[in-house]
Design a protein around this ligand. Structure first.
Ligand code: CMP
Length: 141
């Protein structure tokens, strides 16, 4: 059994029709999908999820964006899942994301950057628990 991370296919990527392509990349990169669901966050949910950023100047705009449309949240498992997923998605700013990363290929800009990934094992645990109950963490693979 590997470590876990939370991934979000953000509203820009869903709106642009990239959900299937990104889901496929997740499978191709050997992550186990423990759970996945499509949801539309309320503004309050987005604020709660990104509460660590509440002092940042982009906090309001970010939470407006994240509650602007449907997104897909996924609990992923793989060895070294947090760092591995961060490598798969690339830098926060797509202009700086390496070739072949998800953000390089699908992101719009630094805010509407297609996908989210947890930044530590501790936060991954909290973020997965934010969206999923224990009984939802199952795998078909
Ligand atoms: P994410 O990995 O979900 O974590 C925090 C999010 O804040 C980030 O992706 C971006 O969507 C957003 N973000 C980070 N830096 C900036 C910035 N300088 N301007 C606007 N949005 C940002």
């Amino acid at each position: 059994m590997g470590n876990k991370t939370l991934a979000i296919i953000k509203p820009d990527a869903v709106k642009n029709g990239y959900t299937g392509k990104i889901y496929h990349r997740i499978i191709q990169s050997d992550y186990k999908i423990l759970s996945a669901k499509l949801l539309k966050m309320t503004k309050a949910q987005a604020e709660g999820f990104y509460s660590v950023h509440q002092k940042r100047p982009f906090y309001n705009e970010l939470t407006v964006f994240m509650s602007s449309g449907p997104c897909m949240v996924l609990a992923l498992e793989k060895e070294n899942a947090v760092n591995s997923w961060r490598e798969t998605i690339g830098a926060t700013n797509p202009a700086e994301a390496a070739d072949g990363t998800i953000r390089n290929d699908f992101a719009t800009n630094i805010q509407e950057n297609a996908v989210h990934g947890s930044d530590s094992d501790e936060n991954a645990q909290k973020e997965i628990a934010f969206f999923f109950s224990e009984s939802e963490l199952i795998s078909t693979q």
